[in-house]
Design a protein around this ligand. Structure first.
Ligand code: DSN
Length: 428
C-alpha cells in the first residue's frame, strides 16, 4: 500500500486491518467496502482546508476548489434522491439527525420515533443520548408477533402526543414501511415528516426501495457509508424553498432546507470535512451509474436468498424474512445461544456479524437474543445468490461446532478461500 513510513505502529495496524478485511466476509448490514477513488478522495489534500459556511458564503479565503467540490456533492445528492436541497456537511448520521431536531424543535417538543429496543436508532430517543435530554421522545414499537410496524399504534400515539416530528427510521428492521400511511398520519397532526434512511439509502439511490421524499416526507437523513457505499459521514436531503443559509428564516415547513443549513452550520457543527465531502461526491457519482442499480438489486436478491437458506436450516427470522438488505435472527429461539456467542463464533471463522436486540427481547441489551446480518458488503465483493447456501451452511456449522476447534479452523480456511477469490474494490 505504501513504501517506507516513520510510524510503523499505525501503518502496521492499517495493513493488518486490510488483511482482516480481505480474508473475511463482512455481514454487518451497516458496513460496506468503498472504491479506490472514494479512498483516494478521503486521503486527499482537501483535509488541509477550513471551509466554514457554504459554497459562495464562506468565512475563510481560498475556497475556489472547495466550493466546486461541495457543489458537485450537493447537486449529485439532489439528483439521486430527487430532493430540492441537500446538505452534505454532517459528520455522521447522528449529527444529521441532531441538526434536524435543532432546526425544527424547541426544548421539550415531542418527537415520535421507533424505540431502539424494537429496531430504532440511538438518536431516535434513547434516554442515554443528549437529544433525549433536550426533547421529549415518545417511542412506538413493532408488533412483537409479526415484527412489523403497527400503524394503528403510531396513529394513536400521534393523536395523544401531537408530535412536532414524526420520525421513521431503523437499524434493525427488515421490511419496507408504508410511507404513504405514515405521511397521512403525520400530516393529520401537523408533523414534520422525517425519514432516517441511513440503512437503505443505497437501495433508494438504486431505485429498488421507495424514496420517502416521493411519498410526502419533508426531510430524509442518511449516513453515506452503508448501502450507499461512500465515506463515513452524514447527509440531509429535504423538500422546500432554498434560501440564503446564513440568514435568519421563518420557521415554516416550506423553509426547512434553509433552517437545516443554518442548523448544521453554525448551529451544531463548525468546519466541514472537505476531504470527506469530496469522497461523498465520488460515491454519489458512482451511485448514479447504471451498475449501481444492478448492485442494489443484487443486495436485495442476496438477502432474500440468504434469508430463505437460513430458514431452511430452522433459523427463526424476525419479521419472517426480509424485503431489504438486512436479516435479524432470534438466536435463542433458533439455537438456544445468545447473539453475542454466535457473533464470537462467526468472527472466529472470518464471518463478521453483530449481536442485536430483537423486538420485546427477554434478554438484556448487552446480552441480546438476536444476531444481525446484511448483504451490502458481500455483494460489493461480487457474491451472488448462488453463494448464499454456502454462507448459511457456514453459519449453521460454526454455531453447531462452536466447541470444536479443528472444525472451526476448517471452516475458517473455507471462508478465507472464498474471500480471496473476491478482492476488495480498493485492491482492484
Ligand atoms: N451503527 C449503525 C448500525 O450498525 O446500524 C447505526 O448507526
Amino acid at each position: 500500500m505504501i513504501g517506507e513510513v516513520s510510524d510503523r505502529q499505525v501503518f502496521d495496524l492499517i495493513k493488518a486491518e486490510a488483511k482482516r478485511q480481505r480474508d473475511g466476509l463482512e455481514l454487518i448490514p451497516s458496513e460496506n467496502y468503498v472504491s479506490r477513488e472514494v479512498l483516494m478522495a478521503m486521503g486527499s489534500v482537501f483535509t488541509n482546508k477550513y471551509s466554514e459556511g457554504y459554497p459562495g458564503h464562506r468565512y475563510y479565503g481560498g475556497q475556489e476548489f472547495t466550493d466546486q467540490v461541495e457543489t458537485l456533492a450537493i447537486e449529485r445528492a439532489k439528483a439521486l434522491f430527487h430532493a430540492d436541497h441537500a446538505n452534505v456537511q454532517p459528520h455522521s448520521g447522528a449529527q444529521a439527525n441532531n441538526a434536524v431536531y435543532n432546526a425544527w424543535l424547541e426544548p421539550g417538543d415531542v418527537v415520535l420515533g421507533l424505540s431502539l429496543d424494537y429496531g430504532g436508532h440511538l438518536t431516535h430517543g434513547s434516554p442515554v443520548t443528549q437529544s433525549a435530554k433536550i426533547y421529549h421522545f415518545v417511542n412506538y414499537t413493532v408488533d412483537p408477533d409479526t415484527g412489523l410496524f403497527d400503524y394503528d399504534q403510531i396513529e394513536q400515539l400521534a393523536r395523544e402526543y401531537h408530535p412536532k416530528i414524526l420520525l421513521v427510521g431503523y437499524s434493525a428492521y427488515s421490511h419496507i414501511p408504508d410511507f404513504d400511511r405514515l405521511a397521512e398520519i403525520g400530516n393529520r397532526y401537523g408533523c414534520l415528516l422525517m425519514a432516517d434512511m441511513a440503512h437503505v439509502a443505497g437501495l433508494i439511490a438504486g431505485g429498488v426501495h421507495p424514496n420517502p421524499l416521493e411519498h410526502g416526507f419533508h426531510v430524509m437523513t442518511t449516513t453515506t457509508h452503508k448501502t450507499l457505499r461512500g465515506p463515513r459521514g452524514g447527509m440531509i436531503l429535504s423538500m422546500g424553498k432554498v434560501g440564503n443559509p446564513l440568514k435568519r428564516t421563518a420557521k415554516t415547513i416550506e423553509n426547512i432546507p434553509t433552517l437545516i443549513d443554518r442548523s448544521v452550520f453554525p448551529g451544531t457543527q463548525g468546519g466541514p470535512l472537505m476531504h470527506v465531502i469530496a469522497a461523498k461526491a465520488v460515491a454519489l457519482h458512482e451511485a448514479m451509474q447504471p451498475e449501481f442499480k444492478t448492485y442494489a438489486q443484487q443486495v436485495i436478491n442476496n438477502a432474500s436468498r440468504l434469508a430463505d437458506e437460513l430458514q431452511q436450516r430452522q433459523f427463526s427470522l424476525v419479521g419472517g424474512g426480509t424485503e431489504n438488505h438486512l436479516i435479524l435472527i432470534d438466536m435463542i429461539k433458533s439455537r438456544g445461544v445468545h447473539g453475542g456467542i454466535a457473533e464470537t463464533v462467526l468472527d472466529r471463522i472470518g464471518l463478521t456479524a453483530n449481536k442485536n436486540v430483537i423486538p420485546n427481547d427477554p434478554e438484556p441489551a448487552f446480552r441480546p437474543s438476536g444476531l444481525r446480518f446484511g448483504t451490502p458488503a458481500i455483494t460489493t465483493r461480487g457474491l451472488v445468490e448462488a453463494d448464499m447456501p454456502q454462507i448459511a451452511s457456514w453459519i449453521d456449522q460454526a454455531i453447531a461446532s462452536r466447541h470444536d476447534e479443528a472444525k472451526l479452523n476448517e471452516l475458517h480456511n473455507q471462508v478465507i478461500a472464498l474471500a480471496r477469490q473476491h478482492p476488495l474494490p480498493s485492491d482492484l
